[in-house]
Ligand binder design. Structure first.
Ligand code: ATP
Length: 432
């Protein structure tokens, strides 16, 4: 067995897409073989979404094949050299080929994958491992693509909870032109496949999420929990001709980027699950972004609890209504990426809701609000001569329930786990 890893072939302006290069390499491997299908699977691995070098979704690709390593290397290199958009100086393709079973990669390589998904790595981290294990590699530009390529090699052992995406590609003479896809057929196919297939459409925003807007070769990509249902949904979508399609095994929809953390440990460029208490009323600022402060449950060394600004940005659409409904004192778990000291929310769990508030008492006779009777003197109604010792308690109507809330499909990060997939530690309120 041979594992081929590749990354960074894509340019934001010029198009292309590393999944397409991987599918092309797989096709060449098939053509070069005279026996059974030499390709056992293609992996689409999403790495740390906070990495600044990414073109869009920080994807790296791996191909598992029984083609012998040197032959696989030559085929992959040939395809990368002719397809990678190296005219864009930000495109730095990398290729790594490892002999042996994908399950048997050294522990240092699978650990490298975990770090590539949750942390930041240097090119030298990759080159040191390549040398140590004698993997053949090729690169162009600054060689950064070898980070993702090596991470893709270690992913089969280093990651778990795989999902599927069936990507259908356009005929090449249509690349860069508007896509012709019948939206009604997309919604109907998505309904038939749900909940095994998710994030195909956003019903609230009336958007066909599976059809990209970028200039590349993808017509649509259908994501889900099993290969048969993603195929059936993809085949149910009507529109322009599909030139080819390929199934990818992926870590999309798994939350592999999130780490459990505490508010004091948060560092930019990493993504967390954080427990805390809402410490300020949510505030909508210019652009429609909603902010609040989250406070740690325990005090820090200075006697004050640590706190962190959390944000639901405008593109998260109706999720912002959930965030606006939070009140000071609610206990939550917040998930998202820390960026410039702000947690960009992807989902939250309501653990405990404040259900009462303390208010100035009402006079039982005239039903008007009482006045303060002086410092520590309680409240009184001057006209009716009634009084009260302190504030009264009033029940609060809450629009939220205990459990998980998420951004809608149109705002989902590739790697974020949709609630409909289950496995969460509480009730869920999935968006669809
Ligand atoms: P493409 O479709 O071309 O793969 P993309 O959005 O996936 O587009 P890339 O163009 O691959 O982004 O750019 C990401 C770059 O960052 C790659 O060179 C990859 O090796 C590198 N990279 C990925 N993860 C990390 C990480 N955790 N630390 C440092 N560099 C990383």
């Amino acid at each position: 067995m041979t594992v081929v890893g590749l990354d960074d072939t894509d340019s934001r302006e010029r198009g292309m897409c590393t999944t397409y290069v991987a599918a092309e390499i797989a096709e060449r491997l098939r053509r070069a073989s005279d026996g059974d299908d030499p390709v056992s699977r293609l992996l689409l691995v999403r790495l740390n979404p906070a990495v600044e070098y990414k073109t869009r979704g920080n994807a790296a690709l791996a191909i598992h094949t029984d083609c012998e390593p040197d032959r696989a290397f030559d085929i992959a290199r040939d395809r990368l050299e002719s397809l990678a958009e190296t005219a864009d100086e930000r495109t730095n393709p990398g290729l790594v080929v490892a002999p042996g079973e994908p399950d048997d990669v050294p522990a240092a390589v699978s650990t490298f994958t975990g770090r590539a998904v949750r942390d930041h790595l240097e090119i030298t981290d990759a080159t040191a491992l390549l040398e140590r294990h004698g993997y053949r590699s090729w690169h162009a530009g600054d060689g950064r693509g070898r980070i993702g390529a090596l991470a893709a090699i270690g992913s089969w052992k280093g990651l778990e909870g795989w999902t599927y995406e069936r990507i259908s590609y356009r005929e090449s003479d249509r690349w860069g032109t508007p896509r012709e896809v019948d939206p009604e057929s997309v919604f109907a196919a998505a309904d038939r496949g749900y909940p095994a297939v998710w994030d195909t459409v956003d019903r609230g925003e009336d958007e066909t999420v599976c059809v990209p807007h970028t200039p590349g070769p993808i017509l649509h990509g259908v994501r889900g929990d099993d290969p048969e249902t993603v195929r059936a949904v993809a085949e149910g979508i009507e529109g322009e001709p599909v030139a080819s399609s390929q199934l990818f095994v992926t870590n999309q929809g798994t939350d592999a980027h999130l780490r459990d953390g505490t508010l004091e440990s948060v560092a930019d460029g990493r993504a967390y699950r954080l427990d805390g208490r809402v410490a300020s009323s949510p505030e909508t600022r210019r652009g429609g972004h909603v902010f609040f402060d989250l406070e740690g449950v325990r005090s820090g060394d200075d006697g004050r609890p640590p706190s962190l600004e959390c944000a639901a940005f405008e593109p998260t659409k109706r999720f912002r209504d959930r965030i606006r409904s939070l009140r000071v004192g609610d206990r939550i778990t917040a998930c998202g990426e820390a960026s410039r000291g702000t947690l960009k929310l992807e989902k939250i769990a309501i653990r405990d809701l404040v259900t009462t508030e303390r208010v100035t008492p009402i006079c039982p006779d005239c039903e008007r609000t009482m006045e303060s009777a002086g410092r520590d003197q309680g409240y009184r109604c001057r006209d009716c001569k009634t009084n009260a010792d302190g504030k009264a308690q009033r029940d609060l109507e809450r629009d939220l329930e205990v459990g998980w809330y998420e951004v809608p499909p149109c705002a989902r990060r590739h790697i974020s786990k949709p609630l409909v997939r289950g496995g969460f530690d509480g009730p869920t309120h999935p968006e669809r």
